[in-house]
Design a binder for this molecule. Structure first.
Ligand SMILES: [Zn+2]
Length: 93
């Protein structure tokens, strides 16, 4: 049985996005200045996943929004597709 390639791509993209989010936990929860090598290790892991996302046809904008969403404690991406925060924070602040 040959698997549907478009479905395979969607599954892989979803997995990579979840993995980027998981890896960003380490960056959010480490100290700048004291744990720079530790943080670089995770930035390197994430950059490989970002490269694969771009190779799978995700737009550059989508990848940047995903990273911006993962980086912040409170997501400020307007209309974010990743975390479910669809509130426009910039209009409030
Ligand atoms: Zn978000």
């Amino acid at each position: 049985m040959v698997p549907d390639l478009s479905e395979w791509r969607a599954v892989r993209v979803a997995h990579l996005k979840a993995e980027v989010r998981n890896l960003y936990w380490h960056i959010r929860n480490s100290q700048r200045g004291r744990q720079d090598a530790y943080r670089r290790r995770y930035y390197r892991k994430i950059s490989k996943l970002k490269t694969e996302l771009l190779a799978l046809g995700e737009s550059r904008r989508a990848v940047l929004d995903l990273v911006a969403c993962c980086r912040a404690v409170r997501c400020r991406v307007v209309g974010c597709q990743h975390c479910g925060h669809r509130v426009n924070w910039k209009a409030w602040v």
